[in-house]
Design a protein around this ligand. Structure first.
Ligand code: RIB
Ligand code: CA
Length: 311
């Protein structure tokens, strides 16, 4: 059976790195576009290429938007470090970005069987929809890591990717295209702990790739421990990839989703309407609620520590 075809829009980012590895393992990745979010778009582009280099990936990388539509960029340095990967030792990029025209790539290179997986703020996707309101008709669908049915992470109400650029998310979720939303109500069900790592990593042959993967987990878990007191990390971005490559492991429900743009305490909140109604007017998107968490976690760790192989 043919592999799913993807374009990944990303702000690497520790969990973005895992999502990129999984995407290239399970799918045919046509391109990577980068966006400001966890770190600057320059850092994110450099990180995307360095990750590709380490895992022998030659997918083109197109640099995208450097700032949100209507607010100042607020990077997640306290979680992902200033450079977006916590200063992890990686060789300098072997190649430069393919272009700085991510939106053009997303406009011109999508095809009816290509899924776009957006695992950072939705600034690039909103730019594309501003320029082609029928863009959704030209893709298989959009899988978003962002938002949530209840609560937030960067604030009590908002999840980071949506909060970083709420105007962009409002444009994307109002478009009514074939959209999967893997929000934190879903992604928080898939947590990797230090105990999981010890069990798997220590049994794996050591290589530069598994060393990077281990450092990546250790760092993000340390950052989150300092912030939250927990010693585990949710597989946010990997869920947005696996919900396309392994749809049987996830359950999505059609919902109307509004993005709060003005609330003092709620800006960036995804307001998911869960009321029963006989009929609905306005666009719906598919909101993730259930995941076979243990299977997904094992799948992720198996690919990262067993199948990445090599140098
Ligand atoms: O809230 C989680 C999201 O914010 C993930 O995409 C993570 O990479 C950060 O960007
Ligand atoms: Ca991300």
């Amino acid at each position: 059976m043919n592999k799913p075809r993807l374009i990944i829009d990303t702000d690497p980012g520790h969990d973005d790195a895992i999502a990129l590895i999984l995407a290239h393992h399970f799918a045919d990745v046509k391109g990577i576009t980068t966006v400001a979010g966890n770190t600057s778009v320059e850092n994110g582009t450099r990180n995307a290429i360095r990750i590709c280099d380490l895992f022998g990936i030659d997918t083109p990388v197109h640099r995208g938007s450097s700032s949100p539509i209507a607010s100042e960029a607020s990077f997640a340095s306290e979680v992902h470090g200033v450079d977006g990967l916590g200063g992890i030792e990686l060789p300098e990029p072997s190649r430069s970005e393919t272009s700085d025209l991510a939106s053009e790539f997303l406009l011109d290179e999508v095809e009816p069987d290509v899924w776009v997986v957006a695992i950072g703020p939705l600034t690039n996707i909103a730019e594309v929809l501003k320029r082609d309101k029928n863009w959704f008709d030209r893709i298989a669908g959009l899988s978003v890591m962002g938002g949530g049915a209840h609560g937030g992470n960067v604030t009590a109400a908002a999840e980071f990717n949506i909060h970083f650029d709420p105007e962009a998310a409002d444009i994307v979720f109002s478009a009514g295209g074939n959209t999967l939303m893997s929000g934190i109500n879903l992604t928080h069900q898939v947590q990797v702990s230090e105990a999981d790592l010890t069990a798997v990593y220590r049994a794996s042959p050591e290589s530069p790739r598994t060393q990077f993967i281990d450092q990546n987990f250790v760092q993000i878990i340390e950052s989150l421990r300092n912030l939250t007191g927990t010693s585990e990390v949710a597989m946010h971005d990997p869920c947005a990839v696996l919900s396309v490559t392994h749809p049987d492991l996830f359950e999505f429900v059609p919902r109307q989703v509004a993005v709060e743009l003005h609330g003092t305490h709620t800006r960036g909140m995804t307001v998911v309407d869960e009321r029963f109604r006989v009929s609905r007017d306005g666009p719906m998107i598919d909101v993730g609620y259930q995941v076979k968490a243990n299977i997904v976690k094992d799948l992720i760790l198996e690919v990262l520590y067993r199948d990445t192989g090599g140098s």
